[in-house]
Write a protein that binds this ligand. Structure first.
Ligand code: ADE
Length: 478
């Protein structure tokens, strides 16, 4: 990722760019950071960049010209996400950090004095963001806060892959207390359970501590957590048909946009995907109105589509036709049906044997190979999967012969094996490998297989996966 910071005080950022995790990411070439001195773009002979505000008032304003020229120089005038850090912005959150971490290039614009001429903001800024309800003397510190929060989410920046997933604000819980050597300090002993070596007990203790802490310090977060747990509990009664929702909630990805009885609408902001299940047409209609405008995909449970399409002129989930159903027309005008899938889930906790030994994490070096062979989604989708560190390849004598991965919403898929290497157990090994990686994270592995793909069903069932008795429909934005 490339980040440019437009500032009057580039020296404030230099140390930050070279230190700690961010500094290491820069050295590894994962991040490239540039402090751009706006003063260098001033056309004034004294390099002045500020002037009095029209209409009077305290202080000086940064003028439009040097800011615009600096911005144009780094972006080429293109559509690069440009964040103006300002107390007038929307509050910065972990969610926003996750969203910004998906960009390839970002610009941060730091104000000073009393702000920046409105006209240049209108021409350059895409996001107005504040780090809190207090006023600082300039935007450099807030920009560093945001770069730190965004930077550490980029795959490869943190040494340990799971550390970003485990801490505060994932799963709506604050992190548990941590201890290091010595075992006793100031007469205080490390809790016994942490020295027990019993990982199950340690996890339970940590969860309990997280819950207590959150309930005490952040009752607002705790209420969200409890509601999510309640919904997971309910969905677990029909695990096979709701595994996509259960895992999305458990992994801290989905937020609940609507839930009343069996009517559920979840939203995974990171992959702009909704998951929907409705018990009747009225509920379906209400939830349709709640689908966020930017949603790219909808995973609709069969019951929901039956309700909407049954008796409609459109060919629906059950292929029925007939009279007009306005809701069906409404969803059809925005989304098209991409596929009908059964869900398959691996409910055991034990890892599977992996026969084929040469399976490795893929890097950008294999992007061409994968995108040329995986035709369902575009190259940028495959690129993002590799960048997230969730694609693995099978190799024979150094040559790649297949791959597998995790889709953006969390299901296993993207499976491919070269024609010449089929029936050699490679697909099975790739899948077992991927299942084991998923189990290591404490998740339930699941996948979506298109109805009709009998070869895949046979493989999944041979490996011990269970099949849902109802299907889900993937709808894609037109
Ligand atoms: N600039 C000055 N104060 C700020 C704040 N609280 N957030 C973002 N930018 C700022």
């Amino acid at each position: 990722m490339k980040i440019h910071v437009l500032t009057l005080f580039p020296e404030m950022l230099k140390e930050f760019f070279q230190s700690s995790m961010i500094g290491r990411a820069v050295q590894k070439g994962i991040l490239s950071l540039h402090a751009v001195d706006v003063r260098g773009y001033s056309l004034d002979k004294h390099k002045k960049v500020d002037d009095y505000p029209y209409g009077g008032g305290a202080g000086m304003l940064m003028q439009a010209q040097p800011v615009f020229d600096a911005w144009k120089d780094v972006t080429g005038g293109g559509r690069v996400r440009t964040v103006y850090v300002t107390p007038q912005g929307i509050p910065f959150t972990q969610r926003m950090a996750e969203e910004l971490a998906k960009e390839e290039e970002l610009v941060f614009l730091c104000g000073h004095y009393e702000g920046i001429d409105q006209r240049v903001l209108e021409e350059t800024v895409t996001d107005y963001v504040s780090i809190g309800d207090y006023v600082l003397t300039g935007g450099e510190l807030p920009a560093m806060v945001m770069i730190d929060a965004v930077g550490r989410l980029i795959p490869g920046v943190l040494g340990n892959d799971s550390s970003a997933e485990e801490e505060s604000f994932y799963n709506d819980l604050l992190e548990y207390p941590q201890y290091s050597r010595p075992e006793i300090w100031h007469d205080k002993k490390v809790p016994d359970v942490l020295l027990s070596g019993d990982h199950r007990k340690i996890s339970q203790w940590r969860l309990e501590q997280s819950r207590r802490r959150t309930a005490q310090i952040r009752p607002d977060l705790y209420a969200k957590y409890e509601r999510r747990q309640e919904l997971i509990g309910r969905l677990m009664k029909d695990k096979r048909n709701y595994i996509h929702m259960i895992e999305s909630l458990r992994r801290g990805r989905a937020e609940i946009l609507f839930w009343e009885g069996d009517d559920i609408l979840l939203y995974d902001r990171r992959c702009v995907t909704c998951m929907i299940s409705a018990s009747c047409r009225e509920a379906g209609r209400r939830m349709l109105d709640l689908i966020p405008g930017e949603t790219r995909s909808v995973v609709a449970s069969q019951a929901f589509l039956n309700e909407l399409f049954c008796g409609s002129g459109h060919s629906g989930a059950d292929g029925s036709g007939g009279g007009e159903v306005p809701e069906a027309a409404r969803i059809c005008s925005q989304f098209e049906i991409h596929s009908e899938c059964s869900q398959l889930l691996y409910t055991q906790k034990t890892p599977l044997p992996v026969q084929h030994k040469d399976i490795r994490l893929l890097t950008m070096d294999q992007l061409d190979y994968v995108s040329e062979r995986y035709s369902y989604d575009g190259r940028s989708y495959v690129e993002a999967r590799i960048r997230e560190g969730v694609m693995y390849g099978a190799f024979v004598e150094g040559e790649q012969v297949g791959f597998i991965g995790m889709h953006s919403e969390g299901s296993l898929g993207l499976l491919y094996v070269e024609e010449a290497y089929r029936r050699h157990g490679i697909a099975r090994s790739l899948e077992a490998y991927m299942i084991n990686r998923t189990l290591e994270k404490g998740w339930t592995p699941y996948g979506h297989v298109m109805v009709g793909n009998e070869g895949s069903f046979a493989l999944q069932e041979k490996m011990g996966l269970y099949r849902s008795d109802r299907t889900v429909w993937w709808l894609e934005r037109k």
